[in-house]
Design a protein around this ligand. Sequence first.
Ligand SMILES: [Zn+2]
Length: 198
Amino acid sequence: MKVPYRDFDRLVSFFSKVPGIGSRGALRVVLYLAQMDPSKIRNLAKALLNVVDGAERCALCNNLSFSRLCWVCSDEERDRSLIMVVETVMDLLVMEETGYRGLYHVVAGLVPSIRKIPDREKSKSLSMLLRRLDGVREVILAFPYTVRGESLAKFFHQALLEKDVLVSRIARGIPTGAEVEYMDASSLSYALSRRERL
Ligand SMILES: [Zn+2]
């Protein structure tokens, strides 16, 4: 499926690299944009440039920010004794939907596909976290139960062991609404071993 027009093709190829879109999705996006009112497209381009030019990382937690401190760190209502360590900004945004009201520490980049974090980045991120443990009672490691997630959890846990702070990790188990018969054995067995008394 191809439209023989170079700029159109460049746009499709650009959008197809966005995680979760794919080549057919990219084609849909570009076809949609191509039929939009030109003034709306100009406003969209302006907004995109503003976001790109204004985006930086929060000096405290490494979240996406448009000023020195991000919207979470500058929120006075947050529980400052809790820090949740997440891999990416996308993970932070998903965690926000749970109603969590503590602070965060973001380990890696903005895009979920850039999941391979170089050791140098990891160490830099760790020292950034260790510098802000004053008054913190708990650090929650919110890494997935994958090979990469396990290795990150181990890395942060080991470094935090000597610190006077409680370290916890988000639980794994049966997702809400999932049927037991469709669960994989590893998640089920973990859920069973961590069962709660009623
Ligand atoms: Zn922040």
